[in-house]
Structure formats: C-alpha cells, structure tokens
Design a protein around this ligand. Structure first.
Ligand code: AGP
Length: 356
C-alpha cells in the first residue's frame, strides 16, 4: 500500500498531485488547438434541445458547472441531484439528453435517475471514470473522463476531469466565439495546476485556521460550484462544519453565522461585475470580524480585505474554478491532516454509494 501511495502520506494527496497528468489525458486527442474544435467520438451527432444533468455529491457540483457552461453556450440545461430527480421529474422532449455524471459509474441514485430517463425514452450519456461500470454499460453513450483510478473516498482529480469533460461537451454541442480561447486555456490548465501544487500556501492557511469553529465558502457563477465543493471536501475529511453559498445569498441568512471564529473563503477571479459584487460580500463579512481567505488571481482588489491569499494563475473565467478548487482541496487536506483524521477513509463514508 505504501508503494501504491508513491511516497505520499495519503492517496488523497497523491491524487491531488496527479491532476496535471489526469487533465492532459482527458484532453488528449480530443481538441484541435488551432480551431478550438472538439472531436470526441462519444459526442458525435449529438444535437439536443435541452440537457439535464443528474449526479450526487462532488459529481453534482461538476453538474452545476456543466449546466452553467451549456447555458452560456445557448443550450437549455439544468443540474439535478440524482436522488431528487424522480421525485419531481422535469419535462423532457424528443431531443432531451440526460447526462449522468458519476466517477464510479455505480452510484445507485445516479443509476436510478438514468434508468428513469431511459423509461421516458430519453437519450442518456454517462460521464464516468470507470470503463465497464454499470453507468457506462447502461447508457446510450459514454464519455470517459480518463482520470485514472481514484482510491481516496474524497473525490479530487475526478472532479477536475469532470469539469474539463463538461467543457468538451459544451464545445461539442455549440460553437462559441471564444471556443479557441477556452481550448487554449484548457491546454494550459495542467501546467497551471502544477504551479499551484508547487507553490501553494494552503498548508500555512490550514495551520492558521485549523481550530476555527466553522468555515464558509462563497463564490458567484462557476465559483458557486467550487464553493459547494470546497465545503463538501472539508467537511468530509476534517469532520468540521463547513458550508458553501452563492456569495449573494450570504446576506439572506448565513451572515448570522459569521463571526471572528468562522473563516470565509472567497473565490474571486477577474475584475468584472461578478468579482466586484463578491468583493462587496467580502467587505460585509470583514465588517463582522470574520477572517477572510481570498482565493484569487489578483485581478481584483479582494486581497486588500483578506487575512490570507491563496493565489491562482490568470486564465479564462471558464477554467479558473478548477484552479481555485485545487487550492481548496489542499486546504481541506492539510486541516484534516493536522486533526489526525482518517483522510482516505473518512468515518461513515464509502467510495461508491450503491444504495439509494
Ligand atoms: C466526494 O468527495 C464524495 N465522496 C461523494 O460526494 C461522491 O462524489 C458521490 O458519492 C458521487 O459519487 P460518483 O461520482 O461515483 O457517482
């Protein structure tokens, strides 16, 4: 087992470090960097009028990202928690595509949502990491994310690869004027992730805030999905209370929980309207004495209001969330490590949840 960890203390840390390689594999042979076009066998001929994503946990966060990417590309798209999908089935048409995002391909809730779609005669696509998995076998099409085996219960590299695969799907379904820029940004992503892995100050941030009573994560747009993911990762492996919110929702309730004991991780990239608004939210929590950790590319002035900064390289807004998330994976890992938790096998959790 020690050999399999290649010198890392935990599979989770090893898998975090495998991300540059995993992302390269996900893209290999699938994109034309000159034209920005995407050539993925599994996606050929797809032209859905609407897309419904179904997924659980971390994969649901990738689904939230994917639905936003498709909407931005002009396709009607929604993300559903797989366990809720059949409770209130969304209308489907002849040209609806249901996409199940599931790392393992074995999650019972996701399989049952995909089967529900099949019952309604809707085309299904599995976005999965595991060749031969039930989702891959049962769906009409399969897009493999090619992240390689993930042993740690906490999903890390598979989330990043799912997000990249969502970009492949978005590019295959529509042509955007900035398709080339997005593909170029994806091409640079593995080395940018490597830069974060080499230079991250996440361990120091973890040291500083390990004893906090709770943690909040806020972001807008694509960063909303990462805020949810950052919180899930931290609670899963540290057993500490953590919650993610769309930044604008803070003042509609959660702000009541914010104190000098609760660090707020703010995801802010670029310097457009979304960033300005999130910086406004940061000022609100700062005024309540909450420590602020900014995860930022430095384009806005969020650093001025932050107690600590986790830097990420500048990139296309579509791609920045992957980079921000790598910093949050490391923070979660180092907090859990300090607390001596069972990082690779957290209490009460299983790698794949095969009961509904
Ligand atoms: C992620 O860290 C969790 N272990 C969990 O939320 C997981 O993402 C969820 O159970 C879905 O798993 P799947 O991708 O294999 O379907």
């Amino acid at each position: 087992e020690e050999t399999a960890k290649s010198g890392y203390d935990h599979y989770m840390l090893k898998e975090i470090h495998e991300q540059p390689r995993a992302l390269r594999k996900c893209l290999r042979g699938r994109v034309d960097e000159l034209t920005g076009s995407v050539d993925v066998e599994a996606l050929k001929g797809l032209d859905p009028e609407s897309v419904q994503f179904v997924a659980c946990g971390t994969s649901y966060h990738a689904a939230l990202y994917g639905a936003q990417a498709l909407r931005e590309a002009g396709v009607h798209a929604q993300a559903f928690l797989a366990s809720e999908y059949a409770t209130s089935p969304a209308p489907v048409g002849d040209d609806t595509l249901v996409v199940g995002i599931t790392q393992s391909g074995e999650t019972a809730d996701t399989l049952s949502a995909l089967r529900e779609a099949e019952r309604r005669n809707v085309e299904t696509l599995a976005m999965t990491n595991v060749v031969g998995s039930t989702a891959a076998r049962e769906c009409d099409r399969t897009l493999f994310i090619r992240a390689g085996p993930e042993i740690g219960v906490a999903a890390t590299k598979t989330f990043s690869s799912q997000v990249v695969a969502c970009n492949l799907l978005a590019a295959a379904l529509t042509e955007r004027h900035d398709a080339r820029e997005i593909v170029e940004a994806l091409r640079d992503l593995p080395s940018q992730v490597q830069t974060i892995l080499d230079d991250s100050r996440a361990a120091q941030v973890a040291d500083r805030f390990v004893d906090s009573s709770g943690y909040f994560f806020v972001g807008r747009g694509y960063h909303h999905a990462v805020a949810l993911e950052g919180a899930l990762k931290l609670k899963e492996i540290s057993y500490k209370h953590a919650e993610g919110f769309p930044a604008g929702e803070l003042k509609h309730g959660p702000l009541a929980l914010v104190t000098d004991e609760t660090p707020v991780f703010a995801l802010v990239t670029g310097n457009g309207g979304k960033a300005t608004k999130t910086v406004g939210n940061v000022k609100e929590v700062e005024a309540r004495d909450a420590p602020v950790v900014a995860v930022t590319d430095g384009a806005s002035d969020v650093g001025r209001y932050a107690d600590a900064v986790l830097e990420i390289p500048e990139t296309h807004p579509r791609v920045a969330p992957v980079l921000a998330n790598v910093q949050l994976q490391l923070v979660a890992y180092y907090i859990a490590k300090q607390l001596g938790r069972s990082i690779d096998k957290p209490r009460n959790l299983a790698k794949s949840v095969t009961v509904e």
